[in-house]
Ligand binder design. Structure first.
Ligand code: NAI
Ligand code: MG
Length: 480
């Protein structure tokens, strides 16, 4: 069966009838054949989103009614959670329990922003007698959203829900490596009352459908999550039309561990931060900065955790599933070799698993690269796989310096019992989120999320995200 595009409330084949295959990374088998959106399809979808915006069936509806429909979408996501999670697990390879959690987080985005639809308020600004000045936050218009393959339903909901709450219409382009649950989200939204054209879903190839969307003069805003390279390219395309962009471009986020930390809890947090989703997480804790006194004990604990992880197909609910594609697997392998060449020591994993039953999938072992120094490529570049770069430090100033010596600045973790150390790091680290004695917060739907430096700009999640989907109109009234 071929999966169709969703344009203006209807399923449609690509304008030229072409399709592409989507693979199950646990087996390498074809999971689905999907319509491949063309530039003409992008034109149609943007036109549908523009008409839906102009018709005001969504943005002009009472805000509380928008909220009610979004709540229904959240409930539908929960009711179909098991099917959606299984599909996500097949498409992306992630363990079933992670996929289940992702679906719950997607539902949470719809709930959270449903509750905000009728609370998007402006200000009154005092100008003195004879004046009333007020602001209104109007929907920014047609939001184009290009998402990656690592958390399709979560990241899809993360951008779509606030856009809908604000009264915008959306054209969503999922990644070619994992487009399935974004299509289901589009179907559910329609079924539960979203008017046609308000959410269009266009699976397609990045340089074709993605580039056509990012450069389209009919969009009013662009939300992009993916690589720095493509982020820069799409921002330039959008700039030609003076279209603002929210960019979420990944990182090389540090977990900074002091010798006084509870190393048992810390090792669990550090392992989860890198091995969740096989390390294919923008906010993965991919650098461990550990104070020398705790180094040996923490690395031993991490090795134990890494070596006891069960690797397997996502739907068998292992501790870790495969990498998304052969190409990405080869990238991860290459980085481990680069690390070894630079003098790093493989303290766990470092290769594909030996298990023959896994031979057809794109599996890689949870890997610890010890004796990494801050300047090495494996300490600086995003690997996007289950590979932790371990760097030892002596003093807090050194830890802060190493942590900030990165082109990225998405998230940072600090593990210590000393409040002074924790707060010093929180204030001096250059990152959009700091976690103390924890890492991540169950999806963090409520918490503003976004990068410093090349990790991007603009904020998603939480109330802050509304700034991207609204524009402020100031109205000044003079009266006698
Ligand atoms: P990518 O940046 O190529 O893909 C992300 C999205 O952009 C996909 O929907 C893709 O179709 C689209 N895209 C690709 N080329 C495009 C173009 N020319 N114009 C418009 N849209 C385009 O990421 P890819 O190749 O899948 O992964 C490469 C690296 O990017 C990873 O190894 C990782 O380091 C990073 N990455 C970061 C993510 C994050 O969550 N921040 C997610 C995915 C990848
Ligand atoms: Mg790419």
């Amino acid at each position: 069966m071929t999966e169709a595009l969703i344009i203006d409330g209807h399923k449609a084949a690509a304008s030229d009838g072409k399709t592409f295959d989507v693979y199950d990374p646990s087996s390498g088998d074809v999971l689905a054949t999907v319509a491949k959106a063309t530039k003409a399809d992008v034109d149609r979808a943007v036109a549908a989103a523009q008409s839906a915006l102009d018709a005001k069936a969504w943005g002009g509806a009472p805000p509380a009614e928008r909220g009610r429909i979004m709540i229904r979408i959240a409930q539908a996501l929960r009711e179909r959670a098991e099917d959606l999670a299984t599909l996500e697990s097949r498409d992306n390879g992630k363990p079933l329990r992670q996929a289940r959690a992702d679906v719950q987080v997607a539902a949470r985005y719809f709930e959270f922003f449903a509750g905000i639809a009728d609370k998007i308020m402006g200000n009154t600004i005092p100008l003195g007698p004879g004046f009333l000045d007020y602001t209104v936050r109007e929907p920014i218009g047609v939001s184009a959203q290009i998402i990656p393959w690592n958390y399709p339903i979560q990241i899809g909901a993360r951008g779509v829900a606030p856009a809908l709450a604000a009264g915008c219409t959306v054209v969503l382009k999922p990644a070619e490596d994992a487009p399935m649950t974004a299509l289901r989200l589009g179907e559910i939204a329609l079924e539960y009352g979203l008017p046609p054209g308000v959410l269009n879903v266009l699976p397609g190839i990045g340089p074709e459908a993605g580039a056509a969307l990012a450069s389209h003069p009919g969009i009013n805003q662009l939300t992009f999550t993916g690589s720095v390279e493509v982020g820069i390219a799409v921002a330039k395309m959008a700039a030609d039309n003076v279209v603002p962009v929210v960019m979420e471009l990944g990182g090389k986020s540090p977990n900074i561990v002091f010798a006084d930390a509870d190393l048992e809890t810390t090792s669990q947090g550090v392992a989860n931060a890198i091995f969740q989703n096989a390390g294919q997480t923008c906010s993965a804790g991919s650098r461990l900065l550990v104070q020398r006194g705790a180094h040996d004990e923490l690395v031993a604990k991490l090795r134990q955790r890494a070596e006891s992880m069960r690797i397997g197909p996502g739907v068998s609910d292992p501790d870790m599933g495969p990498i998304i594609s052969k190409k990405q697997l080869e990238t991860v392998e290459r980085y481990v070799k680069i690390g070894e060449g630079e003098g790093a020591h493989v303290a766990a994993g470092g290769s594909r698993p030996q298990d023959g039953a896994l031979g057809k999938g794109f599996f890689f072992q949870p890997t610890l690269l010890d004796r990494v120094s801050p300047g090495m490529r494996v300490a600086q570049e995003e690997i996007f796989g289950p590979v932790l770069a371990i760097i030892a430090f002596d003093e807090i100033d050194e830890a802060i310096d190493i942590a900030n010596r990165s082109q990225y600045g998405l998230v940072a973790g600090v593990w210590t019992r000393d409040i002074n150390k924790a707060m010093t790091i929180a204030s001096r680290i250059k990152a959009g989120q700091v976690y103390i004695n924890t890492y991540g917060a169950g999806g963090g739907v409520e918490l503003p999320f976004g990068g410093y430096k090349k990790s991007g700009y603009g904020r998603e999640k939480g109330l802050e995200s509304l700034a991207s989907y609204t524009q402020v109109k100031n109205v000044c009234v003079r009266f006698a």
